[in-house]
Every structure is written in C-alpha cells, then in structure tokens.
Design a protein around this ligand. Sequence first.
Ligand SMILES: [Zn+2]
Length: 98
Amino acid sequence: MTQLNDFQLLVLEKETIQCSDVAELLGDYTDKELPPTLRARIDSHIHQCEHCQELERSYRLTVELAGQLNTNNPLPRGVQTRLRKALNEKLGLSLPLA
Ligand SMILES: [Zn+2]
C-alpha cells in the first residue's frame, strides 16, 4: 500500500486540481506510485488539459532520456544540453546543463 505524502493528501482534498498540482505529482504519476483515487483525478485533468498533456509527454521523454544517459551510448553533448535547457524551461526543472 502506497503511503500518501502531505502534498498528495492536499491535492486529494481539493475540489479542483490545478496544472501546478499535476506538475508536482507528475513524477509519482509516471512511476505509477499514486493511489488510484489520486491517479484518476490527475488522469481526468490531463485528459482535458493540453498544457498537462504536453507536460506529461515531456516528462516521459525526460525519464526515457535519463535512462539512455546511463548507457554507453549517450547523446551528443550539445543535444543533451539543449534538451535539458528546454525541459528546465518547460517543466520548471533544474537539470544541470553541463
Ligand atoms: Zn493542466
């Protein structure tokens, strides 16, 4: 059974969830670590919000790339940096650019 953290509880209690809530929980969402009730709420928000659909796509890409960066076949450095920069701007992350 997944233990809810404070933020997840807070979101669960809200009447309407916001894009910022989705952004905050996207990691757990993608890792399938959210309880079904909360997951369903995020699902339905993403379903009707283009911004969050884009966000989710970018996030999945980040996760995939993070996996690839650990292999012996990393992306060219310039590409990596450009991508990280774009993700930082889009998702409000702070991935190192070097
Ligand atoms: Zn949204």
